[in-house]
Ligand binder design. Structure first.
Ligand SMILES: NC(=O)c1ccc[n+]([C@@H]2O[C@H](COP(=O)([O-])OP(=O)(O)OC[C@H]3O[C@@H](n4cnc5c(N)ncnc54)[C@H](O)[C@@H]3O)[C@@H](O)[C@H]2O)c1
Length: 306
């Protein structure tokens, strides 16, 4: 066990499985007491059981660490406040928040049901807000605190994930703004876009389809290779490092994290622009845009010519 986070107190949402579990175990191994939040449902957010959170708590305690379970649904506003209260009541303070809980309900946008949109936005985007909002009250008073949010490469655009990508890129905007709101109080907020072979990216259906369709088992081998080279535990070291004082200079940033690769994303930049002497009218836009603004662009999402 290390002591980089000795005497610190952390909350990790969705810590009963996958990436969150790995983060909770490493936080605890570095000396933090951890509140393990997990409602224990399916990958689509249905059902719920206590055992995923309980098992991680037991694992941490068995290794000599401190942990407590919380089974709340992070999509509920009250769960954010309850988690902060539980951390303070059980362990005396709060220093670290890892917003990680997530579900998937993929569908092409033209088939997506209202409930599929609402539930994904509620767990990811509102779930991040619910705990962040409650934690920032404490962090502002104590003039310290660290938040790590969980976005996704899907936020950059991914077929069949209108709900998920909207939530995940919303989390990047949330991260940048919380970093600004809280920076002057000594609080930091960063985000990761993880890669890990969990049930969320490799579903049972996907595995079965790969077994059925894969030419010579190639697709299945690809999935198995992704799982092997991207274990969920490999995400935790960067997340835990972001929580240490060694990362005091990192705020409002987002990183790709997985397997053996970590990358820092740029802030979006303007790459071309046009200007006019007065304000825009349609004829001027129609003349200048294709000549100067969009001349290098092609519609990359049309079907490829045979
Ligand atoms: N696995 C990847 O490659 C990958 C890629 C990009 C982003 N992510 C993100 O990483 C995070 C963790 O995903 P994972 O791959 O470990 O998935 P996972 O399904 O293995 O773990 C997610 C955990 O969150 C819990 N959870 C879900 N909704 C909850 C809620 N409303 N309240 C409390 N707990 C809840 C689940 O019970 C589960 O234990 C998610 O936000 C996911 O979107 C994962």
């Amino acid at each position: 066990m290390g002591d980089r986070l000795k005497d610190r107190v952390a909350i990790v949402t969705g810590a009963g499985r996958g990436i969150g579990r790995g983060e909770a175990l490493l936080l605890a191994a570095e000396g933090a007491a951890v509140v393990i939040n997990d409602f224990g449902g399916s990958a689509a957010g249905e059902g719920g059981e206590k055992s995923p959170a309980d098992e991680v708590v037991e694992e941490i305690k068995a290794a000599g660490g401190k942990a407590a379970a919380n089974y709340g649904n992070i999509a509920d506003y009250s769960t954010g406040e309850a988690l902060v209260q539980q951390a303070v009541d059980t362990f005396g303070r709060l220093d670290i928040v890892i917003n990680n809980a997530g579900i998937l309900r993929d569908r092409m946008v033209f088939n997506m049901a209202e409930d599929e949109w609402d539930s994904v936005l509620a767990v990811h985007l509102k779930g991040h807000f619910n705990l962040t909002r409650a934690a920032c009250v404490v962090f502002r008073q104590q003039r310290s605190g660290v938040i790590v949010n969980t976005s996704s490469e899907s936020g950059l655009g991914n077929m069949g994930q209108a709900n998920y990508s909207a939530a995940k890129e919303g989390i990047i905007g949330l991260t940048r703004t919380v970093a600004r709101d809280m920076g002057k109080y000594g609080v930091r907020c960063n985000a990761i876009r993880p890669r890990a072979g969990t049930r969320l990216v490799i579903s049972d259906q996907m595995r079965a389809a790969a077994e059925r369709e894969g030419s010579g088992g190639m697709q299945l081998k690809g999935l198995e290779m992704f799982e092997k080279t991207n274990p969920p535990e490999a995400v935790a070291p960067m997340v835990v490092w972001l929580c240490t004082d060694e990362a005091a200079h990192v705020n409002g940033r987002d990183f790709l994290v997985g397997g053996n690769h970590i990358a820092l994303y740029s802030l979006p930049e303007q790459i071309a622009s046009i200007k006019t002497d007065s304000t825009w009218d349609l004829d001027t836009v129609a003349k200048l845009a294709p000549e100067e603004l969009t001349k290098d662009l092609t519609n990359q999402f049309l079907p490829k010519e045979a």
